[in-house]
Design a protein around this ligand. Sequence first.
Ligand SMILES: [Zn+2]
Length: 135
Amino acid sequence: MSELKDAYGLNELKSLLKNWQTMLGLSDWDIKLRWSGYEIACTGDKAQVEFVAGDLTAVIKLLHPQARPPDSFVPLQAEDDLMHELLHLVFVHQRQPEGTLESVVFEQALHKTGRAIVRLHVDNQRNNTGSKGAE
Ligand SMILES: [Zn+2]
C-alpha cells in the first residue's frame, strides 16, 4: 500500500492542483483534495467533485490507488482524473442533466480534453528538462 502511496502521493497531487488551478483560471476557488475509497468505488467512478458554485468551494475525491483494480493504476491516471474534475469547475455553468446523451458526450469531451492537456504538459516538461547533454 505505502509503495503506491509514496509513488504518487497526495501531497504531489495537491501541488499539481495548485498549478492547474492557476493555469485554468480557478485560483479564486477553495478546492480540497482527498483520497477516497469505497464511497466512490461503489459508484464506478474514479473521481468525483462536489462543489458550491456560489461559494467557489469544492472537494475533489480521487479513488485511492489501492481501491483501483490491480494493474490499472498508472501515475498519470490520477492527474487525468484530477484534471477531469477541475474541468467540471471550469464548465460549472454548462452542466448537463445526468443520464442524458448530452451528459455522456460532455463527460467524454472533458475526459479527452483533460487527458490531452495533461499529456501536453508532461511532454512540455520533458522537453524543458530533457536530454540537453546528449546533443
Ligand atoms: Zn465528469
